[in-house]
Design a protein around this ligand. Structure first.
Ligand code: SAM
Length: 216
């Protein structure tokens, strides 16, 4: 997958290259590029945003700035999925993640301040995605959330079994994963369920199945 991110804070994406899941697939399953709108803005002094028509507080990311960024990187508007991160978008869930990971190329757009000029959403993007019904200060954390959720579904990004049997996965019928325990077996009187120490894999499997909670 080729994954491109457009942002005003490219350094927010530096560390992910050195950590799993991105580090495990970078250069093989994943080509990750991060672009700064300021590097290709047609406006002077690195300007990328402007005051909203009609007045009001905050600055709005300009449509010509995003169009210029696409022109510089793709030679126009690309024909793959372009996701704008916005609180007003479709809420991110595992179903959407699986949809996005099937794409050969994906572009993520983040904004700051008041957000995107609506024409960016209407004419330059295919999707608007929210990571939840709350407002963050910028699209970098939402873009990182999408990036991580998508990249960990690429082959080799995480140990196979931990990627397949997880909350919301098909393996658990979309349910919430069973609880995990590790050593010590007893801590301050808090014990681990006996069945997990029994070595009886069939019983352990039954116990885990019973504890998968459905999402309501
Ligand atoms: C302060 S927010 C803008 C909020 C916008 N004025 C509104 O009321 O919906 C700035 C940017 O952060 C990002 N952002 C904030 N919260 C988000 C969320 N829950 N999901 C996705 N992106 C979000 C978006 O890129 C947004 O344009």
């Amino acid at each position: 997958m080729r994954l491109d991110v457009f942002t005003l804070i490219p350094e927010a994406f530096a560390w992910v290259r050195e950590r799993r899941p991105v580090a495990a697939v970078l250069g093989t399953e994943l080509d990750l590029r991060v672009f700064n709108y300021r590097d290709t803005t047609p406006l002077s002094a690195g300007q990328v945003d402007d005051e909203p028509y009609g007045g009001g507080p905050g600055m709005v990311l300009r449509v010509d700035v995003v169009a210029a960024a696409f022109e510089a990187v793709y030679g126009g508007v690309p024909d793959h999925r372009i996701v704008a991160l916005t609180p007003a978008g479709r809420q991110l869930d595992q179903e959407l993640v699986e949809e996005l990971v099937a794409e050969p190329a994906l572009t993520l757009l983040s904004a700051r301040f008041e957000g995107f000029d609506q024409r960016i959403l209407d004419h330059l993007c295919t999707d608007a995605v929210s990571i939840g019904p709350y407002v963050l200060s910028g699209g970098e954390i939402p873009a990182l959330a999408v990036l991580d959720a998508v990249v960990r579904r690429l082959p080799g990004a995480v140990r196979e079994e931990s990627g397949e049997v997880e909350s919301f996965s098909h393996a658990l019928d979309g349910g919430i994963e069973y609880p995990h325990y590790t050593r010590p077996a007893e801590f301050q009187g808090w014990t681990v369920p006996d069945v997990l120490l029994s070595g009886n894999h069939a019983r352990i499997e039954d116990w885990r199945r019973e504890r998968v909670r459905s999402v309501t």
